[in-house]
Ligand binder design. Structure first.
Ligand SMILES: [Zn+2]
Length: 88
């Protein structure tokens, strides 16, 4: 019985009495799961993209609290830039 090993994904017999409609329903259910997971993945990526990372660095946070510019380090508007703009 050497052939069984060459089939890593052996489908269970539970599919034997499935109708075409059963398969369609299961496929729709799994596609809904995939969409849900992809939405969560996107949310996760957006969260990781947040500025929280460098705000956790005590040195950076001290600079921000002192009103110093951190934009030269992050190539983006920093809190001090925004404060400057508010003063105009
Ligand atoms: Zn700045």
């Amino acid at each position: 019985m050497g052939t069984a090993r060459s089939q890593p994904l052996e489908m269970s017999n539970e599919f034997d009495d499935w109708t075409e409609e059963d398969f369609d329903n299961e496929i729709k259910r799994l596609q809904a799961c995939i969409r849900e997971l992809q939405a969560r993945k996107v949310e996760r990526e957006e969260e990781e993209d947040d500025d929280e990372d460098f705000m956790n660095d005590p040195d950076i946070r001290e600079m921000v609290e002192n009103g110093e510019h951190t934009c030269h380090m992050f190539d983006a508007h920093c809190q001090a830039c925004e404060d400057d703009e508010d003063e105009d």
